[in-house]
Design a protein around this ligand. Sequence first.
Ligand code: DGJ
Length: 572
Amino acid sequence: MRLLCLAALLALYTLPAQAQPIPPVHSNPAIHPVPSILEKDGRHALLVDGKPFLILGGQAHNSSAWPAMLPKVWWAIEAMHANTLEVPIYWEQIEPSQGKFDLSLVDTLLTQARTHKVRLVLLWFATWKNGSNHYMPEWMKKEPSTYPNITGRDGETIDSPAPDVQATLDADTKAFAAVMRHLKVADPQRTVIMVQVENEPGSWNSVRNFSPGAQKAFEEAVPAELLKPSILSALQTPVTSAGKGGENARPGAGSWKEVFGDRADEYFQAWSIARFIGRVAAAGKAEYPLPMYVNAALRDPLTNPPATHYESGGPTDNVLTIWKTAAPAIDILAPDIYLSGTTRVLKVLDLYSQYGNPLFVPEAGLIPENAKYLYATLGNGGIGFSPFGIDDNTLSPAAPTSSHELAPDNDALHKSSPDEESLHKLTPYGDAYAALSPMMRDLAQWIFEDKVRAVIEPDDHTEQRIDFAGWQACVSFGKGRGYPLPGNTPPTGKLMIIQLSPNKFMITGTNCRITFHPLGKNAGKAWQYLKVEEGTYANGQFRAGRILNGDETDWGGPLFGDKPTILQATLM
Ligand code: DGJ
């Protein structure tokens, strides 16, 4: 039945084939100021229409931002109650021949996003995509001597663009500026709230560029900006007990090798790429200053592996200060969560909250376990979260037999309903977003005010505790009523809690149980619930559907099941 309804919804999504001309909108800049990031006392809020906003997002697959593919993207966005679609825009499509820009894709996305009442984060797939140059326009790929890739240690060509080439920088800067210039005019409503500049930049298979030009720069003195004590100490203090940031490093002026020792190759690559991308971002911001971020292909945050083990030069946790220094136009360095293990992922969230960096998770593998990291991100002060690959568009549809079949209004493509597996993958995110969406603005404000905490189920399922002024919340994981709860397999339990006033909490979660203990002057004393209500929170108000009592709160409750519910609990 549910699938039938969703198929019916999908049928409605047969949207215009071509981008409709964007009608002029006379927006009031006071109502729709340019989105921005607000910082206060190390906490952040993404301001959209002048108020804190949380990205409850979903990211489309790489090849899904084409008119024929978009119906399935909107289907997924709707099914998961997301308020933001993260979607690529492609340099190869936007500048098919040098200097000739086609921004119809941007217009299509704007029109359709407005129809669906969601915001957009545009992903500028350009010089770097997963470390390669694959989204460069054909006219560039055909001129590898003008727009070269990097050279490996033994002189081999590596599948990764060279970050020290002015022609590439000029071309990318020009194209990105054209996109932002267009957006400024086409989007007075601020449908686009943020832009990702490039995608997972860095290089696989060579830690840096060894071309003669790059080698010369490597042997020159490290730029003075990197020689500040705070940056040096961030780059060289031990990251974990397992190793150092740069063994054999010798702080002080000198070549990269002299200053940074064994980490010099990677730091040089990070500096070169960050400077390039910082310039692209600055050129875009000069046209239209939307918040901008760069996403990171992560390294293991616990073992300080050598850069040969991951994509070198991107904003990995060990080079965040290099990126912050080299690319000030980039507001956020954002981790893509594809690592596994709760401890590891929580460590990533901590590391990307350092150095004044707003926490934002633009990608996470679309598996049920990862939905708990939405809570962990928001509990850590984050501004948003998005699983990757929400739509069902990865496989080619049946091969078209004529160009007519490629037309974007092909009914077969539009109406094919996503399969149950896709629905199953979206469900944990959809359930969480459905509960949080109606309170999104208040939640963003509470996060900014440091009132929100979250705990997630660790891999060993142990009980988690959160201390508030006057109360300790104890959260155990699993289903059922037994004590202790057995844990969930996989460990999907999660709980978010907001202290509304000293004795009043709003709580939401799944597959866990919460109880409290008095702290401070009341520690060890008896306590009880004055009232526990279950309901909804919308438009700034909690509305109770029922009062929970008796078996639903006694014996160490209340309990949360598979679907997140919202409780308001007053304690005495
Ligand atoms: C991370 C990239 O940023 C995405 O564009 C996509 O390629 C995913 N990896 C695929 O898992």
